[in-house]
Design a binder for this molecule. Structure first.
Ligand code: ADP
Ligand code: GLC
Length: 484
């Protein structure tokens, strides 16, 4: 079948810039689509951290010093390119230091919306100057959600985009990028301003994500269950009406796992490798993790872990009341790696102080440690309030680290509750968002761990799961072909 011309547009992308799973997915999607033979051009902002860490970028001649007006202010951007070898996607960076050379990827600065308006417009301006006529422009989350509207308004005159179709993937509906209606002029829509959501304008706001939902030619999200959950309250988080009013259903495509990055047989971050038929390496990683975390118990004691953004979504609130009594009542260790909100950080800091040698909290963002934790723990806890897909539970499965998850979004689609009787299932799944339910789940996992044959069976089931991108990418391919 004919190769398609694709633009993948995302505010973060591995290996260049990452705060969460969006980066893993945007990077994997670009690579996998290129493997399928498509012409893939990926676009990412040229953040300060990318400037510092990726020195071998070069300017693209045709796209230098391009002016863009945002409201009354004039900016200039240039396009940079990284040579990724012949086979992979072309990766372009939008370089506009005034917008992207800041201390972090995302900010709470008053011009946050303007940064991503500029990014989105710069992608289309770049296509024009490169004479690149994409079949599909694939946007991700609120940051790039105005692109579909731009294609249908400000850039609609250009024949270059006459056949271009837009896809919006919602990775997390909890972030919508709202800003004040008084700043509508920043969008530069001119006469097309009447296509903004009028009831929101009257209420004094502009919601970027909602415009993506209304104007994209297709809307997808990252698991089938989440696709259903966001069409109703409460998980629609205000977007349920816009989603339900679309003439086509929201497509749920479960994320894949990049097993080149996350495979215990080859993981470059690990000293000790292991696989389904020989898990001795896992125990060695466990010893290493226990030592590195300053815990004081032997490797026969169950070790539970979390690697997470410390945000409300991740369900840490449930642990406030449930973990202390569990840690008193039962013998198990806990290792947490996380960065984010202060109240959650303080909770884990206090817990580590209360249970020295039993609980360790690693504060911050640490990629190699995340791999050691996946490899060296027995159980992985994800009590999310909501979870569009979640990647760590799928990594955990491959590492024989039994996921304890709440039945929501992609967690529900990727983990099946184990039945010791029949021997089927891959983890512990609990339903209600409350402390008794998570306590039950942790107790259940500890009980199964104590029964060695059950646990071995559970580990084998988990490690045999396959969530490779090779399957999932076909669904994106089919969607693009339906649209073009
Ligand atoms: P989300 O995107 O909502 O944060 P996901 O489960 O999809 O959740 O993806 C999270 C990704 O970020 C995983 O690859 C995980 O290992 C990584 N990650 C999250 N927090 C940290 C951290 N503190 N240190 C290292 N990696 C982290
Ligand atoms: C979001 C979601 C997470 C998902 C990731 C990648 O950050 O919170 O569940 O796995 O995007 O799609």
């Amino acid at each position: 079948m004919a190769a398609l011309k694709l633009c993948i547009v995302a505010s973060e992308m591995m290996p260049f810039a990452k705060t969460g799973g969006l980066a893993d997915v945007a990077g994997a999607l670009s690579r996998q689509l290129a493997f399928l033979g498509h012409e893939v051009r990926a676009f990412v902002p040229f953040y300060r951290s990318i400037r510092e860490n990726f020195k071998d970028v070069r300017g693209v001649d045709a796209v230098q010093g391009v002016p863009i007006a945002i409201g009354a202010d004039r900016f200039e951007f240039s396009l940079l390119e990284l040579d990724n070898g012949r086979k992979g996607p072309t990766v372009y960076f939008i370089d506009c230091p005034a917008m992207f050379s800041r201390a972090s990827l995302y900010t709470e600065d008053p011009d946050e919306h303007r940064r991503f308006i500029l990014f989105s417009r710069a992608v289309l301006e770049s296509c024009q100057r490169l004479r690149y006529s994409p079949d599909i422009i694939h946007c991700n989350d609120w940051h790039t959600a105005f692109l579909p509207l731009y294609l249908k308004s400000v850039y609609a005159w250009d024949q270059l985009f006459a056949r271009s179709r837009s896809v919006l993937t919602i990775h997390n509906i909890g972030y919508q990028g709202e800003f004040a209606a008084g700043q509508a002029a920043d969008l530069g829509l001119g006469f097309s301003e009447n296509r903004l959501q009028q009831s929101d304008l009257r209420a004094g706001i502009i919601n970027p994500l909602k415009h993506g939902i209304v104007f994209a030619d297709a809307v997808t999200t990252v698991s089938p269950t989440y696709a259903r959950e966001i069409c109703v309250t409460p998980l629609g988080m205000g977007m349920q009406d816009a989603l339900s009013q679309r003439h086509d259903p929201i497509v749920g495509i479960l994320n894949g796992v990049d097993y080149e990055e996350w495979d215990p047989r080859t993981d470059p971050h690990l000293e000790h490798h292991f696989h389904l038929a020989d898990v001795r390496g896992k125990i060695r990683n466990k010893r290493r993790l226990i030592e590195r975390s300053g815990l004081r118990f032997g490797d026969s004691v169950p070790l539970m872990s979390m690697v997470t953004r410390l945000a409300e979504q991740k369900g840490v609130d449930l642990l406030f009341d449930s973990l202390p009594p569990l840690l008193n009542a039962r013998l198990f260790g806990l290792v947490v790696l996380g960065a984010g909100e202060r109240r959650y950080r303080e909770f884990f800091e206090t817990l580590a102080a209360q249970f020295p040698g039993q609980v360790a909290f690693h504060r911050g963002y640490d990629e190699p440690l995340a791999h050691l934790i996946e490899a060296g723990s027995d159980m992985f806890l994800m009590p999310s309030r909501y979870e569009p897909c979640g990647l760590n539970q799928m990594y955990s499965l491959r590492y024989g680290t039994i996921p304890i998850v709440r039945k929501t979004g992609g967690l529900a689609d990727s983990v099946q509750h184990f039945d010791p009787g029949s021997g089927a299932g891959t983890g512990v799944v609990f339903e209600h968002y409350d402390a008794p339910a998570v306590s039950w789940a942790i107790n259940t996992a500890l009980d199964w761990f104590a029964d060695a044959p059950s646990w071995r069976k559970l580990m084998r089931n988990a490690m045999a799961q396959d969530f490779s991108w090779q399957h999932q990418i076909q669904q994106y391919d089919a969607l693009y072909r339906r649209l073009t």
